[in-house]
Design a protein around this ligand. Sequence first.
Ligand SMILES: [Zn+2]
Length: 108
Amino acid sequence: MKCDECGGKVVKKDVLFSVYGEELGKFPVEVCTKCGEELFDEATSQKMDEVAKKKGVWGLGAPAKVTQVGSSLAVVINKRIATFLQLQKGKEVYVHPEDKNKLIIDTS
Ligand SMILES: [Zn+2]
């Protein structure tokens, strides 16, 4: 088999996948030895989703609205993300930008 992207050689490999720091396990993937492109079939992708759902890490990313509190801004964190992070009202977190487009909320 050849890679669609670069024409390099594609080999089958078991690759460890994780989502939000939770390991989902190893899944069979076809990896290009030249460009590193990873390909997996629909069945594998469904299996990954199933494991992620079981572990409560499926679809945790969500749009959120910025609201105003006094002269500051607040971001509403939905319940699923709050549960995953064990965030509660009143907890102190450390907020800092990663770059001009990313905000990190460190809850540790
Ligand atoms: Zn390639």
